[in-house]
Design a protein around this ligand. Structure first.
Ligand SMILES: [Zn+2]
Length: 293
């Protein structure tokens, strides 16, 4: 088993705080291989992937959690998604190679949101807007938890060429109003602040927990393997053709034998001939689901 792409949940026995550590290696590289991203975009995507892994484990919904940015500036789309089986995928659409200040500017020209889709029948999508406050994605997520859930949360993220790592600490929901928590929380934050990006990337979870919290009693849970796996399907490709519209689809088929839908996450190709396309629009007239991602 690959021991690099792991999510480790833990709990402090005597302090009402939970934590998670995530390391992405092969899964991150597999996602990067899909598109040639410039370094800054690679790093942003890496951070977003670590965030969705960490958050999907907290939320514990059978379904998927998506972090999505849609913008009008040079950053058009940032999408990272993780489901309850820790299957991960992500994509960025951008204009050229962005400088740090251009990226910051682009982030102000769009909306960042967290979405939760449950697999339960008739479940409605949860969507929360995240304000780009502070200088980093980690700070934006911390602000989101404070404002929307009143849950003190801290995130540490580190990215290099090939790997991503993240650590999350959060006060347990039912304990948040107890005054006693504050001192313990501050102590844990001080201990965690000693962590360097290098340590976070290089050390395995158990070594890190021992190093950071040697005086604390920490309960660790079973590790979860994180994998790059796409959720694309024939059905979703059919929906993409429906969104394209009948006129456009027929136009495409004029010169070609087949209409090919390529998944932007994994580059898998789904091809449909004229008969297939006609059937899609016939079927689509009765039931219309146009969700593409
Ligand atoms: Zn795919």
């Amino acid at each position: 088993m690959n021991d690099k792409d792991l999510l480790q949940r833990f709990l402090f026995e005597n302090v009402p705080v939970r934590g998670e550590l995530v390391h992405l290696d092969e899964s991150y590289q597999a996602i990067l291989q899909q598109h040639p991203y410039p370094p800054l975009i690679r790093a942003l995507l890496g951070e977003a992937l670590a965030v969705v892994c960490l958050l999907s484990a907290i939320i514990k919904v059978k379904g998927r959690l998506t972090l999505q940015f849609r913008g009008k500036g040079k950053l058009k789309l940032l999408l990272a998604q993780c489901d309850h089986q820790s299957h991960l995928r992500g994509i960025v659409q951008h204009e050229g190679d962005l400088t740090p200040s251009e990226l910051l500017e682009a982030q102000q020209q769009g909306i960042l949101a967290i979405m939760i889709d449950s697999d339960a029948p008739n479940a409605t999508r949860y969507q929360g807007i995240v304000a780009w406050e502070g200088a980093s994605l980690a700070q934006a997520i911390e602000g989101y938890f404070m404002q929307s859930e009143q849950l003190p949360t801290r995130l540490w993220l580190a990215v290099d060429e090939k790997r991503v790592a993240g650590l999350l600490l959060q006060i347990l929901p039912k304990e948040k109003s107890e005054l006693l928590v504050t001192d313990d929380w501050e102590r844990l934050l001080l201990l965690t602040e000693t962590l360097t990006s290098e340590e976070l990337l290089q050390c395995d979870s158990i070594t890190l927990l021992r190093r950071l919290y040697s005086e604390e009693e920490v309960r660790v849970f079973e590790k979860t393997l994180v994998q790059f796996r796409c959720k694309c399907s024939v059905q979703r490709s059919e929906n993409a053709i429906l969104v394209l519209g009948q006129e456009e689809a027929e136009e495409e088929l004029k010169d070609k034998q087949k209409l090919v839908v390529t998944c932007e996450f994994c580059h898998k190709e789904y091809s449909f001939d004229r008969v297939d396309v006609m059937a899609i629009f016939k079927k689509g007239g009765q039931a219309s689901s146009t969700q593409m991602h």
